[in-house]
Design a protein around this ligand. Structure first.
Ligand code: PRP
Length: 217
């Protein structure tokens, strides 16, 4: 019997969408659907597959180190973590945008390349955008959540954050000032696993792509 193929899923909404998709290619794990379960690892011996749930930011780490052969996580996490891995499929769900946001009054500060403070959960993405793309020196302040608070209480002039429906911004009198990039869920693969388990992994990639294609038509 060959080794178990290990798949790391992002806890939360993405995990459920991912499980739905995996089911369509015949990879199932009934136990994992229980939203109240605190279990972290699930094995389907019959299929030779093992799943585990991890925090979004940790999925690329598990994949780079080979603790997971395959991972499913948001493009935001992949960009922020900058890990060595292969990104092979855009799953098309979990769509949102990484944006610079703030009050309308901050628009001018951005266009005049002022030294502003930028609060974010994504310091690497913010740094790359302001330093390498905009060539603007800024002070980046790392936060861990509810980023929209920062400009409201005077911690920063703008934020770099994910915008999905835009309602968090609207309800707090903020707006999108600049779009950095589009985001969605991606499949990532460990570089060694890609060689060692090539047949199984490329088979899975092919099946996933076919199902995604069918869903679109
Ligand atoms: C994310 C993001 C925004 C919000 C955007 O936060 O950081 O705050 O969702 O969604 P919207 O455009 O649909 O309003 P999340 O809920 O993940 O939690 P956090 O604020 O603790 O990061």
């Amino acid at each position: 019997m060959s080794e178990l193929l290990t798949i790391a899923l992002t806890k939360g909404r993405l995990a459920f969408r991912t499980l739905e998709l995996l089911e369509k290619v015949g990879i199932t794990c009934e136990e994992m659907k229980d939203k109240h379960s605190r279990k972290l690892i699930f094995v389907n011996e019959e299929l030779g597959v093992r799943f585990f749930l991890a925090k979004a930011n940790d999925v690329p780490t598990y994949v780079e180190y080979g603790a997971a052969d395959i991972g499913i996580c948001g493009k935001d996490t992949i960009l922020e973590e900058g890990r060595k891995l292969y990104e092979v499929i855009d799953l098309g769900f979990g769509r949102c945008r990484m944006c610079v946001c703030g009050p309308e009054s901050a628009r001018e500060l951005l266009s005049h390349h002022q030294l502003i403070r930028v609060a974010t959960k994504y310091p690497a993405i913010a740094k790359d955008y302001f330093y390498n793309k905009k060539h603007q020196t800024v002070e980046i302040i790392k936060l861990n959540g509810s980023i929209e608070l920062a400009p409201l209480v005077g911690l920063s002039e703008v934020i770099v954050d994910i915008v999905e429906t835009g309602s968090t911004l609207r309800e707090n009198g903020l707006e999108v000032l600049e779009e950095i990039c589009r985001l969605s869920a991606r499949v990532i693969i460990n570089q060694v696993s890609m060689k060692r388990e090539n047949e199984r992994i490329t088979g899975l990639i092919r099946d996933l792509k076919r199902v995604l294609q069918e869903d679109m038509t």
